[in-house]
Design a protein around this ligand. Structure first.
Ligand code: ADP
Ligand code: MG
Length: 226
């Protein structure tokens, strides 16, 4: 695993992606093959094997659907999007999950409107990815603050601040590298895809982090001019 990661540093983006996809898909394939054989042989607990097979298929499905985004950049549909409303919708969607993990989501949107021109589904996907990462960084629970701030240059900044595990220096520089994950069940695509989506909106993603104290992910987007 270590060797694969070091090696991938030297590959191009396309090479990294290809190597990562091959690796990420081969593992669940191998396990599906094994369990199909076991079922065929009539041994053991069929139900359990079917459960494993279906979760391995889901894993492949998730990787494929996230990667399809990269293959179809032309499908971006720009429209006027109210960031406050999108954030509200996403928070409603994820709040139960946050509560289960003992994470309190606090919002500080201020009074000003925050409209951008963008693809509503892509923007929601970005917010979901950053909120999920924040929740996952706080295994013992904590607070996630989502704050909106108007910039002086016709931009809006969205700050996602968690008080989770933080990101070590050595990992900060690898954020956004495809398939780079520190999680057992992670796929290391969320950050890369999110950064790409925001850049497609002429925006930026910034990260500041302190180990054991927490992380702030800041998304900066140009305000709608219409
Ligand atoms: P995944 O969540 O599947 O691991 P991501 O691309 O979303 O993949 O994130 C890559 C890695 O970046 C994570 O595995 C984690 O190490 C780190 N990371 C991202 N966001 C945070 C955060 N808010 N706090 C701590 N670590 C983070
Ligand atoms: Mg993630």
């Amino acid at each position: 695993e270590e060797e694969r990661l070091i090696q991938s540093d030297k590959l191009s983006m396309a090479g990294q992606l290809a190597a990562g996809i091959a690796h990420e898909i081969r593992n669940p394939m191998t396990s599906i093959k094994g369990f199909v054989q076991l079922i065929r042989s009539g041994a053991g607990r069929k139900d359990e094997y079917f459960d494993i097979i279906s979760s391995e298929i889901e894993r492949i499905e998730l990787i494929v659907s996230e990667l399809l985004f990269l293959a179809k950049p032309q499908s971006v549909k720009f429209e006027r999007a109210d960031i406050r409303q999108l954030l509200d919708q996403v928070i409603t969607l994820l709040n139960t999950q946050a509560i289960i993990h003992n994470v309190e989501i606090i919002t500080d949107f201020g009074e000003q409107a925050a409209n951008v021109d963008g693809d509503v589904n892509h923007l929601k996907q970005v917010f979901i990815n950053f909120i999920k990462n924040a929740v996952e960084s706080m295994p013992d629970g904590g607070k996630l603050t989502i704050r909106l701030e108007r910039g002086s240059d016709q931009t809006v900044a969205i700050h996602f601040t968690d008080n989770g595990c933080g990101i070590p220096e050595s990992i900060l520089s690898r954020l956004g590298e495809p398939f780079f994950t520190t999680k057992e069940k992670g796929n290391g695509l969320g950050f890369m895809i999110s950064k790409k989506m925001i850049e497609d909106h002429r925006g930026q993603v910034h990260v500041t982090s302190k180990l054991q104290e927490g992380t702030t992910i800041t998304v900066i987007l140009p305000l709608s001019i219409i």
